[in-house]
Design a protein around this ligand. Structure first.
Ligand code: 5GP
Ligand code: ZN
Length: 114
């Protein structure tokens, strides 16, 4: 999608601190980190919200979640713990409408979220 911020990052049209990419997804550091490690994992394919997921996306969603666990291991906090979040639409706090999994770690995180 031409007017999507994360499509532009995926396509290298705007810069980001990439930490992983493969044929299905891209992972990069959040520009406004909320924890010592705050990574966003996005599918290469444009999907606006979780509400737009079809059964054909089951594979990519699983791959995104497993990539979050792999990055947590690489960043050294897999055993200590971490949080993964998909925000959806206004009440969920979604501001970029290309699905992305937040990976937050490196400090204790409180619950419930705000
Ligand atoms: P959302 O609120 O949609 O769940 O999350 C969007 C996230 O994207 C926010 O945490 C925000 O800081 C991050 N973000 C917004 N613009 C950029 C950008 O240009 N580059 C990077 N790396 N992150 C961004
Ligand atoms: Zn997009």
């Amino acid at each position: 999608m031409t007017d999507c911020l994360f499509c532009k990052i995926v396509n290298r049209e705007i810069p980001a601190a990439l930490i992983h990419e493969d044929d299905q997804l891209v992972a990069f550091r959040d520009i406004n980190p909320q924890a010592p490690t705050h990574v966003l994992i996005v599918p290469r394919r444009h999907i606006a919200t979780l509400n737009d997921l079809g059964a054909d996306a089951d594979g990519i969603v699983g791959t995104i979640v497993r990539r979050a666990a792999a990055i947590a291991r690489d960043e050294g906090f897999a055993e200590a713990g971490y949080r993964t979040v998909f925000n959806c639409n206004a009440d969920g706090g979604q501001t970029v409408f290309h699905i992305h999994l937040h990976l937050l770690g490196g400090r204790p995180l409180t619950w419930p979220p705000g």
